[in-house]
Write a protein of this length. Structure first.
Length: 508
């Protein structure tokens, strides 16, 4: 059942992503034109500020996974019920704190966003902030239900609900935008939709998974232990928010909402790349916590790290090379020439994060081992460096300048964290990169083809050029199949019949 859940959950994640990208391709250009560049930038600017309140969960989600896995192995149902009760209370209180903090931020929006916003934009920013804060506050108590579903490896249900939400979202938001309610109407509908999903999660946990809660004893000893464990995860969360949202904040104060819109659209493509990478690693989180609970230095962790990293690399490399070749034309067709610089923002972000994305399973291994203190301290230095470098670059070059600062910080952090994984966490990073380099032989032919496509791009219309994605993708997978991937990966992606057909054709 668990193996089926892993496979089906992963498959559904990719189906959900595929649907999400298809929906986004159709929905985003309509949304951009209905909102306008300025209002789209305002929405993203406000959302980036509210996102900082998301760190109020203090990393307790990871703590829940760790202690739930421990009690599940011990089959201690009473402690699990106490754990559930504690987390529901903690997250409900955090939700109330988020409302208070968000209200204070909204009342001081002029101070936060600076002089580059007009009075109309500032007024709308207050409304958007309050709605987004309510959305965030409601989501906090749901964390315990989401974590419980993940811990029980019920990926099929989880991914199906997400997939339905992805498909429904544009159908309910677009009519509101067409009627002229703008970004305010959009966030109201999104909040209603998110709340509905959270209620479904809670009902599923209580009715289907028989989730029990105990509020009789608040285990202060456990609370203290969890707080120590979560403190550095919390620090990581703050730093991540700085690194991924500070550019929008800086651009909002220095350049205004239009430059924020350009940056946000480019960053959206990097988010797609991140989601492709994390699909596989996310379903292995419960398994990692179980392995570490039995043996923190199990050699199985290194094998899992390399195996998952190789699979992630297949997809990350395809998207990265494909975007570098076709992304510029696609953005001009899709979003319009006003967003031309979004291509450079996306390219810089995607190149700088690709190394981290094929190693992201190590983050959960590190958390499960409670080995996240030193990386958190180093990341503080990197975050400060990011801010110091990004401000003058944003003044000089706008969105492209600010993203260069973030990219430099990301690369510096990646070098340090790779050494840390090797020396402290016990993962064989050297072998990992040897495997990745070996796989990269499969990229030689696709890169040559990509270079040729770029050379002949002037001979095609924009639409005709985009159609070259199909043969490029086919060539990529054929090259990776015959040169890049190993037997395990061939069996994973191709069933016997497909392999037999390919072998017959190759013999001919």
């Amino acid at each position: 059942m668990k193996i089926n859940q892993l496979k089906a959950g992963t498959a559904l994640s990719y189906v959900s992503m595929g649907l999400g990208y298809l929906v986004s391709i159709i929905y985003t250009p309509l949304m951009l034109r209905l909102l306008g560049q300025s209002e789209y930038g305002l929405y993203n600017l406000v959302a980036s500020v509210v996102a900082y309140l998301g760190v109020l969960n203090f990393g307790f989600g990871s703590a829940y996974m760790r202690y739930y896995s421990r009690y599940k192995i011990q089959e201690d149902k009473d402690k699990i019920a106490t754990l559930n009760g504690m987390f529901l209370v903690i997250f409900s209180v955090i939700g109330l704190i988020a409302v208070v903090a968000g209200t204070i931020l909204a009342m001081n929006s002029e101070l936060i966003f600076g002089s580059k916003l007009t009075s109309i934009e500032l007024s709308k920013a207050k409304i958007l902030m309050m709605i987004l804060v309510i959305n965030l506050a409601i989501s906090f108590p749901n964390i315990v239900f989401t974590c419980h579903i993940t811990a029980n490896e019920r990926f099929v249900f989880q991914k199906l609900v997400h997939m339905i939400k992805v498909v429904i979202n544009p159908f309910v938001v677009l009519p509101v935008l067409i009627m002229g309610y703008g970004s305010v109407g959009m966030v109201v509908i999104t909040t209603i939709l998110n709340t509905s999903v959270e209620i479904i999660h809670a009902i599923y946990c209580i009715k289907k998974l028989r989730m029990k809660f105990s509020f009789r004893e608040f285990d202060f000893k456990l609370m203290k232990e969890m707080t120590v464990f979560s403190s550095f995860i919390f620090m990581h969360m703050i730093i991540d928010q700085i690194n991924w949202n500070v550019d929008k904040f800086i651009l909002g104060r220095i350049k205004g909402t239009s430059e924020v819109a350009i940056y946000s659209l480019g960053a959206q493509f990097n988010t797609y790349l991140i989601s492709i990478s994390t699909v596989i690693s996310s379903v292995f989180t419960p398994r990692i916590h179980k392995i570490v609970a039995k043996n923190p230095k199990d050699k199985e962790l290194s094998k899992l790290f390399i195996k998952i990293g190789r699979i992630q690399y297949i997809f990350v490399a395809l998207i990265l090379v494909g975007f570098l070749v076709f992304g510029e034309v696609f953005i001009n067709l899709w979003a319009g020439k006003n967003y031309a610089n979004s291509y450079y923002v996306a390219s810089i972000l995607m190149i700088s994060t690709s190394g981290a994305l094929i190693q992201n399973i190590a983050i959960e291994i590190r958390k499960a081992q409670n080995n996240h203190k030193t990386p958190a301290k180093f990341m503080i230095i990197v975050a400060v460096f990011n801010i110091i470098v990004s401000i003058p670059l944003a003044k000089a070059y706008g969105a492209i300048g600010s993203v260069i600062g973030t990219a430099l910080a990301t690369i510096i952090n990646r070098v340090f964290i790779s050494v840390y994984y090797q020396k402290v966490v016990g993962l064989d990073v050297i072998l990992f990169w040897k495997e990745i380099i070996k796989m990269s032989r499969g990229l030689i032919i696709p890169i040559i083809i990509a270079w040729i496509i770029k050379l002949v791009s002037n001979y095609f219309t924009n639409v005709g050029y985009m159609l070259l994605i199909i043969p490029f993708t086919v060539i990529y997978f054929l090259s990776m199949y015959y040169i890049g991937i190993n037997e395990y990966e061939k069996q994973l992606f191709f069933n016997y019949k497909v392999k037999k057909i390919l072998n017959v054709k190759s013999k001919k």
